[in-house]
Design a protein around this ligand. Sequence first.
Ligand SMILES: O=C(O)CCC(=O)C(=O)O
Ligand SMILES: [Fe+2]
Length: 433
Amino acid sequence: MDTENIIDRLLELFPAAEKSELLEVLVACDGSVDQTTKLLEEQFGKVQQASFEDNSQKSLSFSCNHIEKHTVKALDASKRGIKREFSQISDGEVNLPHQTTLKQYGRNIGQMKLCKRPGKAVTLYTKEEVEKNLPDLVFVRDFLTKELASKLLSALVSKRAAFTHNKFYIAGQKCQSKHYTAIFRDLDASDTEKFIYRDSGKKNVQKFFTEMKLCAYAVEDKVNEVLSKRKPKSSYQIRKGWKANLCVSNLFQQEKQDLDWHSDKLTDIGPLPTIASISLGATRIFRVRKITTARNGGDSTIFNIPLPHNTLLVMLPGTQEKFKHCVPSVDGCLLDLHPVVGKVRYSLTFRMIRNELLSGRPKCPKCGSSMVLKRMFKRSETRGYYFWLCGSQYSGYKCRGFYYGKFDKINVPGEGLYTNRQSEATRWIGNSE
Ligand SMILES: O=C(O)CCC(=O)C(=O)O
Ligand SMILES: [Fe+2]
């Protein structure tokens, strides 16, 4: 039975679940349908036994690799399902004014059916709601002066040529993002000049322009103020002097362009990073949910956060480790147009490239390629360990070169940030993970 069939069968057992969610749990359980079923039962209640036929049950314990081959197909299928839903619910609706009331937001978010399960999707409109439900997020409306926000938006519009689709590999298959991205670096301030941001691929890296630099200063001040008031989660996170020296800017030109569930890559920004983003243009929804583990009972509540023009959203240390986020398509249900750019939305996501990571990172012990930094979360025995994995897989090859991450001496110049020994490895586990 291939992955798509298994997902279909699981969907019959757990009709309230999303296909993409079933796939995620199946992958997290290394393809074991038994374990997947148990985990899902904790969340959705017990199902009748023998729902999977006996003979297929035996052949259902297969390796993660097997899933990977089918993942793209299954994800596509699950997206097709979601698309169908969107087109059904968005028929014949919505002509929104520029200024949308909270009530209207609620109505439109309801129409978008961002989550199938009643009670499992929560929409957070205000600073108080966001920060109470998600204490590692900071939400500030009208963050920049009106004038700077407008100038920044116009400058981005004039740089349209810098924005291209992201190209990447999933399970050896070349894929392309629906939205557009451009990479900007604060080259003046940086002593990491030679360094090309890994995510940029063959992208042209642009220099911060004047308005972006002003925005980066404001963001740095805010982030450092917030970090100084919080208890650090570890000794190896940035505690002060956070710099917005990299900006990954996203362009969503129309409602259909989305950004799939992900957590941001740690390779250049390190463990427990802070990422701060400014939204400009049309209001789009930012969705956040915990990464599902057995210990959090498969908690998959989805938080919808509408991000109006000139809103700052900071993801503090721990957010990339514990949560996934995405910007869903809002086909036919745009929440709020912008008076100048209409349905177009830009996000400017500021990050800090850490010099320590540039000097202390390993090369793949098997093939010499550069390596990517990740964190284990699938199995409770190893959850929270950081590890370096050969990066060649992202260009379609499969080398499994591996080290554990070791960050206890990240601030000591010349220290390698890797080890072969689990006993020396750095591990971080969040509450209720
Ligand atoms: O557009 C947004 O608000 C989110 C962008 C994002 O998640 C990213 O650039 O990694
Ligand atoms: Fe992201």
